[in-house]
Design a protein around this ligand. Structure first.
Ligand SMILES: *Cc1c(COP(=O)(O)O)cnc(C)c1O
Length: 361
């Protein structure tokens, strides 16, 4: 039988893959995607509107993005002498890294459970992917990491700092050991998507490690909708990665919005501080509920383990609360749910829905 058009032209591995599924959150309390629940104050939104109205939509962006990059370096702690490369979200940066490093036989290595895009992007670019299990408590298994690095000599190692979906902040000394073990054979990407909530970073240490790439995003900080990620590394590396970047990958509206918000960066810092305080309150409230294990988190979400997580997930949904059923993501996350830290009001609504659900399962 003659193959269909799709069978003839689309790669078998792509056909076999499932799409990145985003559930419909209409009418739900949305606690599943690590978004910042706060918006900008009305006065700032008004000014932003004026700024965006003045943008020349008929012109292509200037692809050097010099001003925005300078502002990022200045406000977000990039050390002197280092520059950043911008991406349409850090998802695009991950894809750029994969494409740039996709030599025959090259490997990508990351702890598991971790951020799924490292693997998806590696596979699409034709790289081999090696997952190294975390310990049962989701801390980094350094000896397993070092053994896997020695065996596979990966071109790219990803370490999310803190990790998604577990919230774990790995020991800085373990990350240093990984950087040294990988050495001149590969790069180590420290993915600091949750840096505003962790207040720990490798950004200031770029000069110490020639193979260190520090990747961040403004998504979890409160700007998920504009899609902007950035990564800092030595100039020789950035220069090569920049060749893979689509020339106009940051659109003019994103550029203008990011420049404006960075001028008012204190507002985002205030919101992040409020969320860090909310996180402590939510941990304390959850720990008072019988049968819930709360894993330590340095991010704006908590991973919890409890009996009958599938039923609890469904019960929360019935009460119009959407969290992430983490057990569906990885076998090591059996009976785990991942829930955003939100405003005190939304956290209270979540806790009430959870107590009600637990009383009925
Ligand atoms: C959310 C997340 C990202 C993706 O960020 P975008 O900039 O929105 O693409 C990257 N890494 C980790 C670990 C994340 O959790």
């Amino acid at each position: 039988m003659r193959k269909s058009l799709v069978e003839r032209i689309i790669r078998a591995d792509v056909r076999a893959q499932t799409s990145y599924l985003v559930p419909d959150a209409h009418g739900l309390l949305k606690l599943d995607a690590m978004e910042n629940p706060y918006i900008l104050p009305a006065a700032l939104r008004e000014q932003l509107g004026q700024r965006l109205a003045a943008v020349a939509l008929n012109r292509y962006p200037v692809p050097s993005y010099t001003h925005l990059k300078q502002q990022i370096c200045q406000h977000l702690g990039v050390p002197a002498g280092f520059d950043v490369l911008l991406g349409n979200g850090s998802d695009e940066l991950i894809s750029i890294l994969s494409v740039a490093c996709a030599q025959p036989g090259a490997k990508v290595l990351a702890p598991e459970p971790g951020f799924v895009m490292y693997q998806v992007s590696a596979r699409l670019a034709g790289l081999d992917y090696v997952g190294v299990p975390l310990r049962a408590d989701f801390t980094l298994d350094l000896s397993a990491m070092l053994a896997a690095i020695a065996q596979h000599r990966p071109a790219i190692v990803y370490l999310a700092y803190p990790n998604n979906p577990t919230g774990t902040l790995y020991q800085a000394a373990d990350i240093e050991a990984v950087l040294r073990a990988v050495g001149e054979d590969g790069i180590v990407v420290v993915d600091e998507a949750y840096q505003p909530f962790a207040q720990a970073s490798f950004m200031s240490r770029l000069a110490e490690f020639a193979n260190l790439v520090v990747m961040r995003t403004v998504s979890k900080l409160g700007l998920a909708g504009i899609r902007l990620g950035y990564m800092a590394a030595s100039a020789v590396l950035l220069q090569e990665f920049d060749k893979v970047r689509p020339p106009y990958n940051i659109n003019v509206l994103t550029q203008a919005a990011a420049e404006f918000v960075l001028e008012h960066h204190h507002e985002l810092e205030r919101q992040a501080a409020a969320l860090r305080a909310s996180r402590s309150d939510l941990v304390a409230a959850l720990e008072r509920i019988d049968g819930i294990e709360v894993f330590p988190s340095a991010a704006n979400f908590l991973l919890i383990r409890l009996a009958n997580a599938d039923k609890v997930f469904a019960g929360l949904l019935q009460r119009k609360v959407l969290v992430k059923n983490a057990g569906k993501m990885h076998p090591a996350l059996q009976n785990c749910l991942r829930v955003n830290v939100s405003t005190p009001e939304e956290n209270t609504l979540f806790l009430a829905a959870l107590r009600e659900t637990l009383a009925n399962v």
